[in-house]
Ligand binder design. Structure first.
Ligand SMILES: [Zn+2]
Length: 138
């Protein structure tokens, strides 16, 4: 029943990462770490792609990270045109892994590569396809 709590769309065939969905509901970010080789994954993986081990442990993520790149979208794809322009950014998470997210409450001119931001998950229970989005705040 992986990810069933977000609706009928399954993002992953693995039931082993079900906890990710449950923790997200409480706005907690979770990743996994390979017990054998130490590789970290966000979003979590049930199996290590580096050493093929399935011995993974859960780690909680603070959501803190450093801005790697960002862009402001003026010509938005269909469905997003009513909210354009909007800014999206990529952060390197403190605990490892990278995340693409919407920038919220920060003007593009205030954004600087390397600045500390915080990624916050938001659940969109009323949207059919897109269930989880991440926003970046200061
Ligand atoms: Zn591994």
């Amino acid at each position: 029943m992986a990810f069933k709590i977000f609706g009928k769309v399954n993002f992953t065939p693995y039931t082993k990462v079900e906890r990710f969905a449950e923790e997200l509901r409480d706005n907690k970010l979770m990743g996994t770490k390979c017990k054998k080789c130490g590789e970290v994954y966000f979003p979590p993986r049930a199996d290590c792609t580096k050493c093929m081990s399935d011995e993974m442990e859960w780690r909680s993520y603070s959501g803190r990270g450093k801005l790697v790149t960002f862009t402001t979208i003026h010509a938005a794809p269909t469905g997003f045109d009513d909210i354009a322009p909007y800014t999206i950014g990529v952060v390197d998470l403190e605990e490892g892994g990278r995340l693409l997210a919407w920038v919220e409450g920060i003007k593009p001119e205030e954004l600087k590569i390397g600045m500390e931001l915080r990624a916050i998950p938001q659940i969109m229970e009323d949207v059919e396809e897109l269930k989880v989005v991440y926003v970046l705040r200061k």
